[in-house]
Write a protein that binds this ligand. Structure first.
Ligand code: PLP
Length: 403
């Protein structure tokens, strides 16, 4: 029936304006294109995924099975089961030096939901949210969902893509409500030094702006960079809001659990919003996350050691390709090479590079434009060393030299 086709439906349904203001996550678009090739039996070197290639640790899975066996299948309080809120605060204090109480914690359906709910609670029409670029793809669209205005603030490769307090100060206007920082960063791997964080807090406090820290990669840091939370800074509590997640730290992306730590009135406002939308996070997932928070951290150390090895290899391989420059990431599991020296009339931008790389060499990467940084590619090294070697061979061939 013609009227039932997607095309026809688009013509007849009048959507709310916010739907036309946002787009499907560009990382999802790449993943889908790569999946289509894989479905045809093509061997894709896939660097698109932003998720650990490790399984969820056994003790976490066992806790979920136990919860099911014990019929923990009912509604829970919207903000999460009491032991989990307590465990999140204790884990965050032990790992990252904060001092939150359970009433200052809410469990959300992932880190994305934590950011979404926080923005929804604080931002309205005309309000501005400062987002340093390169940024995680979802931030601008999340702000637009609340009818806010994303204000993009460019950071620079020669300064390690670090947001500086002096730069932030200039971008703040009377309409600014939040600045979103993501350290370690997706896509650059940049880690904001703790003294810069202290300066950012100072500026935000002085100007009456919230500092929303997305800590979803907190435990994946390399070299001198160490796990750090703005929540550990004295006096940050009335200015900082923390969005965290078990997705990356415990290889639990599909389980969907994150959290917000912040002032109690804000947590109450988010709870109100959540009570009229998603309600509580899946009860079984909450028991699994409780085991994660209370259990050993050795799986995190194992993953980190492997990411560190891959990081070395991919960085060396990319830097060996003429015309490619790449800042050394200090955290997360991405590299963000600049490929602008390879742009040509036939391949005029990073979208074209990503498209041709997929079509000609079956290598999946995400174009930098999606992160507000044209001329770059985001390459996830949350994949095996064998795939990294194969991908580097193909990219070497594509860009003109074997690595
Ligand atoms: N924040 C950043 C910077 C991310 O890269 C991601 C996922 O890629 C998330 C948040 C969301 O993670 P989740 O919703 O799975 O916790």
């Amino acid at each position: 029936m013609e009227a039932a086709t997607g095309k026809k439906m688009e013509q007849v349904i009048q959507f709310a304006e916010r739907v036309s203001h946002i787009s499907v996550s560009p990382t999802m678009v790449v993943l889908q294109a790569a999946d289509r090739l894989k479905a045809q039996g093509i061997d894709v070197a896939d660097f698109g995924a932003g998720e650990p290639d490790f399984p969820t640790p056994d003790h976490i899975k066992r806790a979920a099975v136990k919860a099911l066996d014990e019929n923990r299948t009912k509604y829970t309080p919207t903000a999460g089961i009491a032991p989990l809120r307590q465990a999140i605060c204790e884990w965050h204090a032990a790992q990252l030096g904060s001092s939150y109480q359970p009433a200052e914690a809410i469990v959300t359906a992932g880190g994305k939901h934590a950011v979404f709910n926080t923005v929804a609670a604080l931002v309205g029409p005309g309000d501005e949210v400062v987002i340093p670029a390169p940024y995680w793809v979802s931030y601008p669209d999340i702000v637009k969902c609340s009818d806010g205005t994303p204000v993009i603030l460019e950071t620079h490769a020669d300064d390690g893509f670090i947001l500086r307090a002096a730069q932030l100060e200039k971008a703040i206007t009377p309409r600014t409500r939040i600045v979103i920082v993501n350290s370690p960063s997706n896509p650059t791997g940049a880690v904001i030094p703790s003294d810069e964080f202290a300066r950012l807090v100072k500026v935000c406090r002085r100007r009456g702006v919230w500092l929303l820290a997305d800590e979803c990669y907190s435990h994946f840091t390399y070299g001198d960079a160490k796990p750090f939370s703005v929540g550990s800074l004295p006096g940050a509590r009335d200015t900082a809001i923390i969005a965290g997640s078990v997705s990356k730290t415990f290889a639990m992306t599909g389980w969907r659990l994150g959290y917000v730590l912040g002032p109690e009135p804000l947590v109450q406002a988010i709870t109100k919003l959540q009570s009229q939308s998603t309600s509580n996070v899946n009860s079984i997932t909450q028991y699994a996350a409780l085991a994660a928070m209370r259990g050993p951290m050795d799986s995190v150390a194992t993953m980190l050691a492997e990411y560190a090895r891959r990081r070395e290899r991919i960085l060396a391989g990319l830097r060996a390709i003429p015309g490619i420059t790449c800042t050394g990431p200090q955290g997360a599991f991405y590299v963000f090479p600049n490929v602008s020296a390879h742009l040509t009339a036939a391949m005029p931008d990073d979208n074209a590079v990503a498209k041709q790389l997929l079509e000609r060499e079956h290598v999946a990467v995400v174009p930098g434009e999606a992160f507000g940084a044209p001329g770059h590619l985001r390459i996830s090294y949350a994949t095996s060393m064998e795939r990294i070697e194969e991908g580097l061979r193909r990219m070497g061939r594509f860009f003109g030299r074997a690595t």
